[in-house]
Write a new protein. Sequence first.
Length: 282
Amino acid sequence: MSASKASHSPSSPSRLRNGVLDLAFFTYHEAMSCLFAVCIFGLLAVSHVVHIPGLGRYDFLLLGCLIMQVILYKTGLETKDEVKVIGVFHLLGLALELYKVHMGSWAYPEPALTKIAGVPLYSGFMYASVASYVCQAWRRLDMNLAYYPKWWLALPVAAAGYLNFFTHPYIGDYRWWILLAVLAVFWRTQILFTVRGRVRKMPLVLGFFLVGLFVYFAENIATFYGAWQYPDQARGWHFVHPEKISSWFMLIIVEGILVAQLKRVKANLTHEEASRGKGISS
């Protein structure tokens, strides 16, 4: 009996090989999902050392982001629906930037033709790149959500998280209460993703936190290359205060919930269209 079981159980080298292949598959698709963000970092690095006469740095970054967006769409790396979602988050990001720069939270000190109220238009693409990652990872890893709450629970949490960025100077910062609400609403929700035909899962809140942590590290790179400047970095660059992790965590929650909600709406519409099609054909 034991010999029979041993003959059917995978050997250690086979498990190791499968583990390495799973990791390589996951890493590749995660890296491809980050392509938009990686391109932005590349543009930041190049524009940090290369100056084009007659073209401001922020103007160059906007032009580069627009060209990159067109290339990603034309090559099929991003779908039309994903471009629409990215456009929505670009506008949400610009609205937040206009408010935060006005409040003196950070600044864009370099001159540019494509600045509105001190905010360069390219800045919205930094928020859009996060949405691009979420959309692409969702598609590439065939993501789904288990035990997702009703929309009337999920959307108010996202709205509260976004509005808190605007209201905390006036009525207080309620981010920790909102994060507790996130834990309460999404404590059962699992992200389901597929790696080489095998479905795996992760708590949704943990996924939010890991992406927020990654964005915090990316923020340090971005400020090093002068993407924007915090007041305490005016005399020289240094690491962004770790408290910003909670801000990015909050923003990822907003983006993640909205993308998940849009995906669910799209899936429901597709299902209804397919049902109507079957009804007509019968």
